[in-house]
Design a protein around this ligand. Sequence first.
Ligand code: SF4
Ligand code: SF4
Length: 173
Amino acid sequence: MDKLSYQLVMIDGVPAGLLGLSELFEQLYQEGVLPYDSELAGKLVAGVRKHNYIPKAAIESYQEALKLEYLRFYHQRKSGKPLAPRDYGLWEGRPREQIPWFPIVSRDLCNGCGACIEICPKGVFVKEDSGKVFVADPFLCIVGCCFCKSACEPKAILMPKQDMLNAYRISKK
Ligand code: SF4
Ligand code: SF4
């Protein structure tokens, strides 16, 4: 059997390493499964469980995180952009993917004004066909930045609290 891909996904702010995610996403994409398919969450969890352990109590969190990842994959795949894994670099000596600092957009509150896309220097947001935006590449977000949150009039963007970052700073003696 070919070696499976390995990808870090943030589940409730904690990184989880998952095997075979790219292969699963590609299979769903080829089957024409859309990011808002009502059966997507079930298909994702069933597919991920073939190669990974998901605790029962965490299923809902996995579903939310996997749907977001698939949404991102789907739009990238559709746009024809390369899907090669990115090197997000380090933050205070830790891999950037281990720092749960990125915006979360409320689909209910977002009015599609595009202010976050305009202000973000890193291209974290992408507008979807519905006009609303989604966080396409969370780990491109600059740790500690809150520009988009300030620019979002309907307060659709949530950012973590600055204090949270202290737990991720490696102590320097
Ligand atoms: S600034 Fe807020 S309301 Fe406007 S597109 Fe971004 S998330 Fe949506
Ligand atoms: S916090 Fe800053 S870097 Fe991160 S998404 Fe918002 S504007 Fe972009």
